[in-house]
Ligand binder design. Structure first.
Ligand SMILES: Cc1cc2nc3c(=O)[nH]c(=O)nc-3n(C[C@H](O)[C@H](O)[C@H](O)COP(=O)(O)OP(=O)(O)OC[C@H]3O[C@@H](n4cnc5c(N)ncnc54)[C@H](O)[C@@H]3O)c2cc1C
Length: 371
């Protein structure tokens, strides 16, 4: 029996993970169609290239989200085993999450299942923190991890077509081959929409609940930093937060911002200064390990180690991630093709990616079961 042909739209962490999950069942032939791919120059249409990233669940009492996050954590924890081929994508770290405005329970919400979880004692809290928790997790070197996903998908027999899709009907009627004139058109059995922020503008879907949450960061060289810290919203401005995330490579991402509906695609110089200043308060060791005795670390000490500053647009969505499916009429309604949704992952696309891919696979099975 020939395998069903599935097109996944998008090659961010969500599209790649979903495509792998479906392709590796052996029951489907998957083609990804995407405008940007791992390794492309960084830009505002591809959030995955900008992510820190660390696995720290934001589920905060939402049990469905917690399941998605924990399934993903288990997969990534296995991948990060010492000596494994995928180990270079991850760094296992102790993570502290602090607040100056909350309680121990606020900090702990959604995190108590993490390995080595504990509430910090008051004497362990740095600076203006009033409460905090500590646990073991992993950080993800996102550019390397995206390359790993890309290679794993191709190795499992999947294929990729680079194209910008203007309207979902283009794929529904002509398959991925509609963008490759060297190949004959081919019918498609289902389309999975994993187009992140692009879904706001994708003809036939145009989901106006999708919006950007801008995250500005600085990437530094600091291989001596091997733990991670995040501080929740600081002061009256809810768009400012503080964190640092070391990667196995020795680079460290510091941030950051959570600018709701902020579309500006370049780093703002004054925000970079804010990020550097706050990161030094959180972690003076970022300035180096060989500073002269008595030297007080300053922002200037960080300059020689800066690799880049930049920002990404997280694909936020009112109501959270969109799952489920619709049947779209094709060829003057002579047939219908299922369109399955997986987009709107905001600031938690990496840490929920494998759980979300499982939901899509279940939905796909359900679609064909009822067909
Ligand atoms: C600064 C920052 C820090 C972050 N930190 C974390 C973290 O610590 N942990 C975490 O889990 N997450 C983090 N995130 C969030 C994470 O990056 C996103 O949730 C995730 O990348 C979303 O992935 P995606 O695949 O849905 O979208 P994207 O990565 O944006 O990919 C979208 C894909 O769809 C394609 N596409 C869109 N429209 C079209 C079209 N019309 N035609 C063809 N192709 C199209 C694009 O080309 C691209 O391939 C962070 C994000 C930022 C910016």
């Amino acid at each position: 029996m020939s395998r069903k042909h599935i097109v996944v739209l998008g090659a961010g962490v969500i599209g790649l993970t979903t495509a792998i999950k479906i392709q590796e069942t052996g029951q489907y032939q998957v083609t990804i169609v995407a405008e940007t791919l791992p390794g492309d120059a960084k830009g505002p249409g591809y959030a995955s290239q900008w992510a820190g990233a660390v696995h720290m669940s934001f589920s905060r009492g939402d049990s469905d989200q917690q399941k998605l996050d924990m399934e993903t954590f288990d997969v990534m924890w296995d991948l990060s085993q010492s000596g494994g081929l995928e180990e270079s994508c991850f760094l296992r770290v102790t993570k502290r999450f602090l607040t100056a405005n909350g309680t121990d329970d606020d900090c702990a919400l959604g995190l108590t299942q993490m390995p080595d979880f504990r509430v910090l004692e008051k004497k362990e809290l740095p600076g203006d923190a009033t409460n905090g928790v500590s646990f073991t997790t992993l950080t993800i070197d996102t550019p390397i991890y995206l390359h790993y996903l890309h290679a794993r998908f191709l190795a499992s027999g999947g294929s990729i077509v680079r194209a910008k899709v203007q309207h979902i009907n283009q794929i529904l009627e002509g398959g991925a081959e509609v963008f490759d004139i060297s190949k004959p058109l081919r019918s498609v059995d289902a389309v999975i929409v994993c187009s992140g922020l692009g879904t706001r503008f994708l003809g036939g879907i145009e989901d106006k609940d999708v919006f950007p949450i801008r995250g500005q960061t600085v990437l530094l060289r600091a291989p001596w930093i091997r733990h991670s810290l995040a501080f929740d919203v600081v002061g009256p401005d809810p768009s400012l937060c503080r964190y640092f995330i070391p990667r196995r490579s020795g680079n460290v991402i510091i941030g950051g911002t959570m600018g709701v509906d902020d579309w500006f695609p370049r780093a703002r110089p004054e925000t970079t200064q804010y990020i550097l200043k706050e990161a030094l308060i959180l972690c003076p060791e970022l300035a180096g390990t060989d500073l002269p005795p008595g030297h007080i670390p300053s922002v200037e000490d960080l300059y020689p180690n800066i690799i880049e500053e930049g920002c990404g647009l997280r694909p936020g969505r009112k109501g959270g991630i969109r799952f489920g499916f619709d049947l779209f009429p094709v060829n003057d309604a002579r047939k219908t093709v299922p369109v399955v949704y997986n987009y709107g992952h905001g600031g938690y696309g990496f840490q929920s990616s494998w759980g979300c891919a499982s939901v899509v696979l279940r939905n796909l099975t359900q679609v064909f079961h009822h067909a």
